[in-house]
Design a protein around this ligand. Sequence first.
Ligand code: SF4
Ligand code: SF4
Length: 713
Amino acid sequence: MERSFKKEVQALTLGEGETFRGEGILAVTKALLQSGVSYVGGYQGAPVSHLLDVLVDAEDIIGDLGVHLETCTNEASAAAMLGASINYPLRGAVTWKSIVGTNVAADALSNLASPGVVGGVMIILGEDYGEGASVIQERSYAYAMKSSMWLMDPRPDLPTIVRMVEEGFELSEASRAPVMMELRIRACHVTGEFKTKANRRAAFSGKNRLAGPPRFDYGRLAHPPVIYSQERLKVEQRLPAAQQFIRARKLNEVIAGDLADVGIIVLGGLTNGVLRALARLDLADLYGASRIPIYVLNVAFPLVPEEVREFCVGKRAVLVVEEGSPDYIEQAVNVELRRADIATRVLGKGMLPRAGEYTSEVLLNALASFLAEARPARIDADAIAARAKNMLAHKAAAVAAVGDIPARPPNFCTGCPERPVFSAIKLMQRELGPTHISADIGCHSFATFAPFSLGNSILGYGMSLASAAAVAPNMDRRPIAVMGDGGFWHNGLITGVASNLFNKGDGVLIVMKNGYASATGQQYLPSSAANRLGAPTGMTIEPTLRSLGVKWLRTVRSYSVAKMTKTLKEAMRTAERGLKVIIADGECQLARQRRVRAEDAEKLKRGERVVRVRFGVDDEICTGDHSCIRLSGCPSLTLKPNPDPLRSDPVATVIESCVGCGLCGEVAHAAVLCPSFYRAEIIRNPNWWDRALHRVRARIIGAFATRHAEARA
Ligand code: SF4
Ligand code: SF4
């Protein structure tokens, strides 16, 4: 992978009583090593991508502890890895992005949770919910409930996160159930410190291998008829054992407060937001002390009925702070209180919105509404409501003052090799008409935004071809499915390609072969040039497709817009039935730039020749119609005032960030636009030939300039 965490991983070697300082997700990694894990793995995805990246960069450190690391090809593979803990006293941890990753892993998770585990199991979920999320808005809670896996949601504070990891393994072993730990983006990136312990070597690992398999035990299999007794074990033994452990170890916290006739029940991960909102209302301080008592659910599932009752009894009302819908916790709290005949009012949704992230503004409003409704003794709820209103009033005024601000959706990086493919699709459609585009997950989904606005459905990572299966037979024109090489190996190979071939499908598949799982930080793939150890992977997409029976297969350089357009037209028009695959070949530009910049810096240090390519637009030739911008969308291709005093239209211009990919020139050529683009080479440490060529060129240009000046005079 291109991004390096070599510096950060040194924190993983800290010993007993030292101080760790850093981000939450790195603290989780250290806590895993302190917990004596035997194996770790996962599949990258925000906001936990760099947990796996850090583990890869720390391979030497974890290797010394005998910890096995697996960079899995998808989340199902990572979840299935946890099967090692069903039979053996091996602690294991895996990570992925949720909800999508948990969906992919669901089958293995069900089959893990049913027999249960002997060694502690911890699944670190990057809970990508809320305003900055990149996936569908669902939560992992439902998975925990349906499969009887416990869900930790720690307060975003490093000592708490670390304690939850360590005690989470014990909870898993005490109740024989897998434990999930959800970390929202703020928990992943919260910074802080904690006192470290020495890393623990597991009793059994690569350094001290198990002697052999256990005696055959049918009860360890997720298979009928034993699944019926496993279902009973989940509710009759594992659940009570978990609740007992959570209570005994005080995994949930109570922040005491003097306004004891009301209270807040909050999911651990949302605690900082609630405390901050209370602080703004002068009901909490900056160190986490609150005037309103707060019950912090560091374990979101299962609830511990006794704790809920103890917290609520004697209170006039409690507010349940739980993002999203359904209101699982609010319902559960209501049930527990009714069962115990406790008359405390339970407020939640209604004060808080049913959907969306609980931002600072949302929480401020909700707390003011709650206090106005519950009317606790000894505070002026109306004054607090007025104060909250006052605090938020400036927002409306600011919006009115600024006016409409154009949306700035995310976009492809400058020089991205995927952008030209969509330029080619647009050019193809200009001639053949619009066609259905099955989009996918990955950087290429940016094509759904302007200026391309291409894509009719997104069904999941690597699912584009499968999602076109019922479109193709019902449409005049062949659909086009677009998937990245990440999606291809994650799911698309079997779900899409094999299924299409098996069903004798028709249609076009474009595979963006950029060499990495780019959207998540350029992790290596089975078809990357090398694996994480620098060795060739031995796997390539083209022979894989051919071996499955794909006959119509073309590999086209991504930046060759004209060739790509021609190939697309051929794929759309050919009478040959069956799957037609176009491999769009071009290295991720972000990864390339990181690599090339480092290489160039080294060359410059050695005094060697370095060439940088830039494109430009000739102001005098640019017609000002900007079709090059509409067909390329490159952020480095923009506008500037027309230098010609007789023309008012702004002209296109290429700014300093250009990486010289050549797309704008290619587009201008393929779409027969104006000839205003030029290519320039900026040469540092030129050699004798460069200097000689420059002298000749300067003379010729000088001669032309003189003739031009004379002609004008
Ligand atoms: S990360 Fe790579 S593939 Fe993704 S948009 Fe940037 S250049 Fe393109
Ligand atoms: S060559 Fe053109 S398309 Fe490529 S980075 Fe430069 S301005 Fe953008």
